[in-house]
Write a protein that binds this ligand. Structure first.
Ligand SMILES: [Zn+2]
Length: 116
């Protein structure tokens, strides 16, 4: 194995180790999207009908895939705070997994070339 090949493989392993570290510190993880909205209740005389600032909420809906189906559920503002972090983490980890796959492919191609 050439010196250059060894370096490519070593660098890929270093990047994989960095990916491990980045994933290791992740705690909460959720897929999907979080939507916050305010609503009008429709009760006669309620200020929400005419005053946008008097609308009720915010209410938070979390949409995510479960067993291949998109499901929505209402979450509390406190839950929404954690979900926001969990969803950001999910996107970060997804990107890291793609990077991990890329580095693995690089190692396979370098260490085990097709034509050898
Ligand atoms: Zn109202």
């Amino acid at each position: 194995m050439s010196r250059r090949t060894e370096q490519i493989i070593q660098k890929a392993h270093t990047r994989i180790a960095a990916i491990h570290d980045a994933i290791h510190v992740v705690d909460y993880l959720c897929s999907g999207t979080l939507l916050g909205h305010r609503t009008r209740c429709g009760k006669p005389g309620c200020r929400c009908a005419t005053d946008p600032d008097a609308r009720h909420g915010p209410y938070y809906d979390w949409g995510h895939m479960r067993a291949g189906k998109l499901v929505h559920r209402r979450v509390s503002p406190e839950q929404a705070v954690v979900l926001r972090i969990a969803i950001a983490n999910y996107r970060k980890v997804r990107k890291l997994l793609l990077d991990w796959e890329k580095e693995t492919e690089r190692i396979i191609d370098t260490e085990l070339p097709r034509n050898s």
